[in-house]
Design a protein around this ligand. Structure first.
Ligand code: GLN
Length: 385
């Protein structure tokens, strides 16, 4: 028998988000494809991480995170959302929200378990399910409000359904699930006894006076919800890989064991830096993020409108799905490549967020950029008008 790649490898592909970053680098373009978030890191976070290295915090930590960080996560969750969290038994720190979700799926899903994904979806959610041998099924959200009905969920549920994924605020469409919508999901999850995996990494990127509601705060939801988040976006440290999940103590140990198996622990001095940031930065810091990013959103939405790429104006997160049908090309990849060639601005082809061709006229633009870079990208996009 010849050497060959595993079957699993055939199920998982390089993400289109990464592909477009690579294409962007080749032409020295402005990367609005990957949500890199290269804005400034709060000084307190940087200094504390540097200090931790100097003070010798350079070896393995407890597999589920240092005490100080788990305590800071629990404290901040309570301060912002009112959620009571036991830092000793209900928090697992992992390598980014991506690592936390992956470990949660490994710990809680069996091969063949079906999991409902709202569509448009974030490709890493889909591929995480596929890689852990769960089976994704899709519930479509419809613009302009990316709405859905309970019937849409009932239409895809089967005796094999074990979970549902909620990304709020949503990557890629910017939907912020309202309390009423979350109640629909909560009733549905209770009726069919499902896990609810949430991705709340954009929890502080909320616009137009809206509010983020963690699904776990709805009555009865805490026991079945795996709340996944991290500091990558909030502190602009996407490369540090500090994320976590909060859930019932029945699940944390197994999730932590998988995190130990793959990562052993999250980077020690960076855990210290994040813990210090969480302790020192108050509510005001998080509120300012929303204001700052709303301004960025408005700048790029205007440019997209002017260029004839009608944007779906997001309520939260830092991406915009826009209609790029006026560009030449027979699918969203060709259109995105055309945009890159002509403007040296990279976006993600819309088909990366749908399981069928529904995204063929869409592209996702990330606006987590310093204003000067964003303005230059806007100028290039507008030059097409
Ligand atoms: N979450 C970011 C995005 O959607 C980064 C993804 C990644 O590189 N894995 O672009």
């Amino acid at each position: 028998m010849s050497l060959q790649l595993s079957k699993r490898h055939e199920w998982v592909m390089q993400s289109e988000i990464r592909n477009m970053s690579i294409e962007c680098d080749k032409v020295g373009g402005i990367n609005l494809s990957q949500g890199v978030c290269d804005t400034e890191v709060p000084v307190v976070v940087r200094r504390a991480a540097q200090g931790a290295m100097d003070d010798g915090w350079n070896t393995y930590t407890r597999y589920d995170g240092i005490d100080e960080l788990r305590a800071a996560i629990a404290w901040k969750q309570k301060m912002i959302t009112g959620m009571e969290v036991d830092p000793e038994r209900e928090v697992v720190v992992s390598a980014g929200a991506t690592g936390a979700l992956f470990c949660a799926c490994l710990a809680l899903l069996n091969p063949g378990d079906e999991v409902i994904l709202f569509e448009p979806f974030y490709g890493y959610h889909l591929q995480t399910l596929v890689a852990t041998e769960a089976v994704p099924v899709y519930a479509r959200m419809r613009p302009p409000k990316w709405s859905f009905r309970q019937e849409d969920l009932e239409a895809v549920v089967t005796p094999r359904t074990r979970g549902i994924v909620i990304c709020t605020p949503s990557n890629p469409c910017g939907k912020v699930f309202s309390r009423d919508e979350l109640q629909i999901v909560a009733d549905f999850a209770e009726k069919h006894d499902l896990f609810v995996f949430t991705d709340e990494i954009y929890e502080h990127f909320i616009y137009d006076g809206l509010k983020h509601t963690p699904p776990a705060t709805l009555p009865g939801m805490k026991a079945r919800t795996i709340t996944v988040s991290g500091l990558s976006k909030t502190f602009s440290i996407t490369g540090w890989r500090i994320g976590y999940c909060i859930c019932d103590p029945r699940w944390t140990q197994a999730i932590g064991f998988f995190s130990d198996l793959v990562y052993v622990c999250a980077p020690a001095p960076l855990q210290k830096g994040v813990a210090q940031g969480l302790k020192e930065l108050g509510r005001g810091y998080y509120e300012k993020l929303g204001i700052k990013y709303q301004d960025k959103r408005d700048r790029i939405c205007s440019a997209l409108f002017r260029a004839g790429f009608t944007p779906h104006v997001p309520m939260g997160a830092y991406y915009i799905l826009a209609d790029i049908s006026r560009l030449p090309g027979s699918n969203s990849k060709e259109k995105a490549m055309n945009l890159l060639k002509n403007t040296r601005v990279a976006c993600v082809p819309g088909e990366a967020f749908y399981h069928d061709r529904s995204g063929e006229n869409l592209a996702r633009f990330c606006f987590a950029k310093e204003d000067s870079v964003l303005d230059e990208a806007c100028r290039r996009i507008e030059s097409l008008s």
